[in-house]
Design a protein around this ligand. Sequence first.
Ligand code: SF4
Ligand code: SF4
Length: 216
Amino acid sequence: MSSPPKQEGSPPKQSLAVWKFASCDGCQLSLLDCEDELLLLGQRLEISYFLEASSATVAGPYDVSLVEGSITTPHDAERIQEVRRSSRALITIGACATTGGIQALRNFADVEEFASIVYASPEYVSTLDTSTPISAHVAVVPCLGPVTHAGCGAICPAYDRGCYGCYGPMEAPNTPALNARMAELGCEEVDLVRVYRTFHAGADSFRQASEAHERR
Ligand code: SF4
Ligand code: SF4
C-alpha cells in the first residue's frame, strides 16, 4: 500500500502488519472501510503487510501486528509463532481471534465426521480438532483486568477477550506495575494513554495513569 512521502525531519514511521488466520475476512474489511482514517494512518504508519489491501509487502520485523482469525490447522499453529516472533506488539481483532469464533463449534463435535459430510475428499483436509484463540498460542498485549473493580465475574477474560475496565478502577489499583508489564510487551506511551481513556477516563486513578504517560 502506498503512503505519502516522509516529511523532512519527521520521526521514522512505525510498521504495521495485518494477518489472517481462520476467519471470514470481515474484520479486515472493517479496517478497509475506515477510508478517511486509513489515509491518516498511512501518514503515521508504514502499512508493511496487509494482503487484503495490497499484494506489495515489506519483510518484518513489524512494530505492530493486528491478527484476525483463530487457529484451526497445524500450519497456522506454526505460522502464529512466526508472526509473534516478528512483531513487537500483537493485537487480536474480532471474535475469531479473541475467542475462537463460530468455528469453535467444532470444539464440541467430531471434526472428522463433519469433514466426511462436507467434503468429497476429506483425506485432503488437514485440520485440528479445535479452533482456539490467538492468546492460547502466543502472548497478546494484556488488558485492564488487574486494575479493574471486581463484580462482573471477569466475564471478558473468561471468553479470552481483554478487559476494558468497564466496572471502573479497583480500590488502590497498581497502575504503574501494569504499565511496566505493558511496556515490556511493546505498548508505547500513546497506547498507555489510550487504554485508560475509555469508560472511566475521568476516574482519578485512570486519569492520573493516562496523564502520567501523556506528559512523557
Ligand atoms: S470476528 Fe471472525 S467472523 Fe466476525 S467479522 Fe471478524 S473475521 Fe469475520
Ligand atoms: S470489560 Fe467490564 S465486563 Fe468485561 S471483564 Fe472488564 S469489567 Fe468485566
